[in-house]
Write a protein that binds this ligand. Structure first.
Ligand code: SF4
Ligand code: SF4
Ligand code: SF4
Ligand SMILES: [Zn+2]
Length: 615
């Protein structure tokens, strides 16, 4: 895992620093190397609970027994199969705390200082090695006595110095970490408050605040649009962004998109914050779209996110087109949030909402910057209370991007909401023949479950499925090397086929008996609507475009997203029927890009056809 320096620590004052020099004592901090994206933040009550659970489950102790109550702790999310953070205390990374999917418990892996501390208190067994291991892996010649049980062990050298951490598994010793020379062995353990941390970092906070305000003012002048909106999600980043836009003298309308999958705390937070600043709220709502489309598409997955288009993009698109037209939207996006966000620019146009210019004033802030800024502005008490309950992201409560540990928090807080979803997943999984562990470990979160997870959980790879399983799609039959036939489970929309063919430049002829023939190059599609059957002749690469047009027309959920997206009103949805006004269409292709059925359907059909096609 790459290690990145994003913070340092003042050893005099015992506080984390985002700036080089401590604002309390003027001393220079010592660097702390963080892992992965390095997006540090203060540990809240929920994090302390997880750390205590890990300490209890692995060493039968807790922070209080170790005298660590009230000591400032920073957590930083690290790559792992489920929830996992590294914990920094007093300038030293002291542990990794993670939710173990196998035992379904929090675990804690101690690092140099904590390892020694636990060993000194006889909470962690010790094994003496006569030569220092070179790195991770099995030590062949170590044969610990049978008095050791499986679990973590501290490694010491012949001079009784701590040299690393190992794990005993079935009597075999696996080295997990060998301490490097620059790893902090003596953290500064001083009780400090968030206000002390703010004082130590005040210069940085003021610089970041002033830069963000200037950026916001500049954007406002550059685009000089009368419609200023702020996408408020109920999370801390959008709260900080809101405060920055207000500090810059702007008066944005709060735009909140209720996906229908928000936790009640998030909805309360939106209205509480709007009240606090006396701001108008424009609400986009997906209503019960998720539950309605669930029957059509099956559960969403990390590699199958149909709901983002239907529960986020569709209502937002409707709201912006209907209420704002051209608008600037301030968003709380930060580039340290995820690998994909890392490349995100601070200003741009949303490809799928082309009338909206988005601006992210806090794009280069870490989470610690955000929390210190909120504290500086006395707004931390307006942050969503879910952050204190162990959540570090706010969003849809059943999102496949959540970890099992987060689902547990949802279940603890809102058993009613959770049991509805669990019931759906249980019934769906048992209909497909999956056992209880599939549900307990929430493996529905992937279509293609990562090999690492299958290996850890000891599950055979045959459990993998494709999207077709989710939507109950029927078989594709191969007639010969280049002819395939598929049945259409939910009927076929010929007007949509007409629109897609026009946009793709496919020739479409409507005939009396066969009903329609679409052709491009030497590939053809025969559409027999009455028999709900499509025959595809695959003679060249053109069949892939044909297949996309077929997918859109046969999977259309009548969500209306394409209708809302088309600025020239070439598509109209009337009485659940699609009408296409060819003369108005500019072939911009936007309606195709936003269509969930096109992306899902073509994925299903392409996969199926690839397996039978000779091309
Ligand atoms: S559940 Fe996740 S993937 Fe679905 S709309 Fe919400 S955030 Fe997007
Ligand atoms: S064709 Fe339009 S209405 Fe149908 S699923 Fe696609 S976006 Fe929705
Ligand atoms: S969105 Fe563009 S391609 Fe689609 S119907 Fe409208 S004008 Fe035509
Ligand atoms: Zn200091």
């Amino acid at each position: 895992m790459p290690r990145v320096k994003r913070i340092s620590w003042c050893q005099n004052c015992g506080v984390p620093l985002l700036q080089k020099v401590c604002g309390i004592c003027g001393g220079v901090g010592t660097d702390v190397e963080l892992t992965g994206l390095a997006d540090p933040r203060p540990a809240f009550e929920g994090d302390l609970r997880h750390i205590n659970d890990g300490l209890k489950n692995c060493f039968n102790t807790n922070l209080s027994m170790l005298g660590l109550d009230g000591i400032p702790m920073i957590v930083n999310r690290i790559p792992y199969m489920d929830e996992a953070v590294e914990v920094v205390i007093g300038g030293a990374v002291v542990a990794h705390v993670f939710f173990d999917l196998y035992t379904m418990k929090w675990k804690l892996k101690p690092f140099r200082w904590l390892c020694k501390r636990l060993a000194d208190e006889d909470l962690l067994p010790v094994i003496k090695l006569y030569s220092k291991p070179k790195g991770k892996g099995l030590i062949e010649d170590a044969s610990p006595s049978s008095s050791y049980t499986d679990g973590y062990v501290a490694l010491i050298d012949k001079n009784e110095q701590s040299i690393g951490l190992a794990e005993l598994i079935g009597g075999r010793l696996f080295v997990l970490k060998v301490w490097s020379e620059n790893e902090c062995a003596k953290p500064t353990l001083t009780r400090r408050s968030l206000d002390d941390i703010l004082k130590a970092n005040m210069e940085r906070v003021e610089i970041a605040r002033s830069r963000a305000c200037k950026f916001t003012t500049k954007i406002n002048q550059r685009f000089s649009l009368s419609n200023l909106t702020l996408a408020y999600s109920g999370g801390k980043d959008s709260l900080a962004t809101l405060s920055i836009t207000l500090e810059a003298g702007l008066d944005p309308t709060l735009v909140f998109n209720d996906t229908g999958l928000e936790l009640p705390e998030t909805i309360d937070n939106v209205w509480r914050v709007a009240d606090r600043f006396s701001l108008k709220v424009s609400e986009a709502s997906a209503g019960d779209a998720f539950w309605r489309y669930l029957d059509i598409y099956g559960p969403p997955a990390r590699d199958y996110r149909w709901c983002c288009k239907l529960c986020k993009l569709a209502p937002m698109s409707r709201l912006y087109r209907g209420v704002f037209g051209e608008a600037v939207s301030f968003i709380g996006q930060r580039k340290f949030e995820s690998r994909s966000r890392r490349r995100s620019k601070a200003v741009g146009r949303n490809r799928l909402l082309p009338n909206v210019i988005y601006c992210a004033p806090i794009n280069d802030w870490t989470m610690l910057d955000v929390w210190l800024y909120l504290r500086r502005m006395k707004l931390d008490t307006y942050a969503n209370p879910l952050y204190h309950e162990g959540f570090d992201r706010i969003g849809c409560y059943l999102c496949p991007y959540c970890n099992v540990a987060e689902f547990r928090e949802v279940e603890n807080l809102h058993e009613d909401l959770w049991s509805k979803w669990l019931h759906y997943i249980s019934v769906w999984a048992s209909r497909l023949g999956y056992d209880r562990s599939y549900v307990d470990r929430h493996l529905w979160r992937w279509v293609n479950i990562p090999s690492k997870i299958l290996k850890t959980l000891n599950i055979h790879s045959s459990i993998r499925m494709d999207v077709a399983n989710r939507i109950g799609y029927s078989e594709v039959k191969l007639c010969d090397g280049s002819v395939a036939r598929l049945s259409i489970p939910r009927g076929f929309d010929l007007n949509l086929m007409d629109a897609s063919c026009y946009i793709y430049g496919i020739d479409l002829k409507k005939l009396k008996d066969i009903l329609a023939i679409a052709s491009i190059g030497s590939s053809r599609v025969y559409i027999n609507i009455k028999g709900r059957e499509v025959t595809i002749i695959m003679r060249d690469e053109g069949w892939k475009l044909l297949l996309k047009a077929v997918a859109r027309s046969s999977f259309c959920a009548k969500c209306g997203l394409c209708v809302d997206t088309c600025s020239v009103k070439a598509l109209i949805l009337s009485d659940d029927k699609m009408v296409f006004e060819r003369r108005l269409c500019t072939r911009c292709g936007l309606c195709m890009q936003v269509c969930p059925s096109l992306s899902i359907g073509s994925k299903v059909l392409l996969n199926r056809f690839r397996s039978v096609c000779i091309f």
